[in-house]
Ligand binder design. Structure first.
Ligand SMILES: [Ca+2]
Ligand SMILES: [Ca+2]
Length: 349
């Protein structure tokens, strides 16, 4: 589906009723990165099969720290379009230094998210705002019951949670902080949200932290696995074989064996021991999308306000260009898709 086609699909859904303006804005890519609309369309959408989600999946009784956190030693690196094949918002390449931090070794799993919901009673954006588009095998359709519980394909507890918004992810981070007696990073109220950078609790990574980590500590490489054929779950021949009608490009000649999400850690980790940075699901970053500055940056946090929150790394629906370490995707804070999740970080001191 091209960007134009995607816009038409959104317009059609709007005319069907039951939608609203904020929902229409859940497709921001064509507006911020017009050069690669077809990649963006693929990145935003997923597809579906009948969902089976057993009661057993709610019954995790994990205690203590539920995330395996990896210490990422800080350093200085070149951030952005270091290969010269990126989009305008990946330029200019600029020097960035990040401090050390802890990062989850894996994407947050369905099992972990179900524990959060069970203990908190939280209702996600998709559940409150009427699902989103899914792929039925032949067409994209708005499914009002689509959510993390029902992404219209079967998932095990070890697979990454999907259909979660930026707003959902930060509530998860705060829940995790409180259960570990840490100070929450996000202060969420009806008046808005503020961030406490002095807090020791969990938060989403800055995109500088994410890119530094995906590059295995700031290395000049294109994907988290390196520069060659994937070591991860992407839009591959398995996907195309399952769905002849799949409307987007795939990584031709590559078979990863997974049509949808893969259990986290199914592929080799990068140099830092982090799994699935490129591929499997897109990962929310903390920052608002904005243009890069030209000068050197120390622990950049992005602008104080904005419209689009960043997503990084590409997912099981994506082709090479969107899987690059420097590619910048994004959605509105309540945006969600069957191909996006998150992985928290927390300070090292
Ligand atoms: Ca795949
Ligand atoms: Ca990922």
């Amino acid at each position: 589906m091209t960007g134009k086609g995607l816009d038409q699909e959104v317009e059609r859904l709007h005319k069907q009723g039951g939608d609203n303006e904020s929902m229409l804005k859940l497709f921001p890519y064509p507006r911020i990165i017009p050069k690669c609309m077809w990649i963006i369309a693929a990145a935003l959408l997923g597809f579906a099969a009948p969902a089976i989600w057993s009661q057993e999946q709610y019954q995790s009784a994990e205690e203590g720290t539920i995330l395996d956190m990896v210490l990422v030693q800080g350093g200085t690196f070149q951030m952005g379009d270091t290969f010269g094949d990126g989009n305008s918002d990946e330029k200019p390449v600029h020097t960035v230094t990040v401090s050390s931090f802890y990062m989850s070794r894996y994407e947050v799993t369905l099992g972990q998210f179900s524990q959060f919901v069970r203990e908190s009673g939280y209702l996600t954006s998709a559940e409150r705002m009427g699902g989103w588009l899914v792929w039925t095998g032949t067409a994209w359709e708005r499914k009002f019951d689509a959510s993390w519980k029902n992404p219209y394909f079967t998932q095990t507890r070890q697979e990454p949670v999907v259909m979660v918004s930026w707003n959902d992810a930060v509530v998860f981070c705060n829940w995790l902080s409180r259960r570990e007696k840490l100070t929450p990073f996000y202060n969420v109220s009806i008046a808005g949200m503020t961030e406490n950078w002095a807090a020791d609790g969990y938060r989403l990574p800055t995109e500088a932290e994410w890119e530094y980590a995906a590059r295995g500590g700031g290395k000049a490489k294109k994907y988290s696995w390196g520069n060659g054929s994937p070591e991860g779950n992407v839009a591959d021949e398995s996907l195309k074989k399952a769905f002849n009608a799949w409307p987007f490009a795939i990584w031709s000649g590559y078979w990863d064996g997974y049509i949808y999400t893969a259990p986290v850690g199914s592929f080799q980790p990068n140099e830092l021991g982090l799994y699935d940075m490129s591929g499997n699901v897109w990962e929310w970053c903390n920052d608002w999308h904005s243009s890069y500055p030209a000068g050197e940056q120390m622990d950049p946090r992005g602008p104080p306000s904005g419209v689009i929150r960043l997503l990084r790394g590409g997912g099981w629906t994506d082709v090479p260009a969107a899987l690059r370490d420097s590619f910048r995707g994004g959605r509105l804070p309540d945006g969600r898709g069957v191909n996006s999740g998150f992985r928290p970080v927390r300070p090292s001191v």
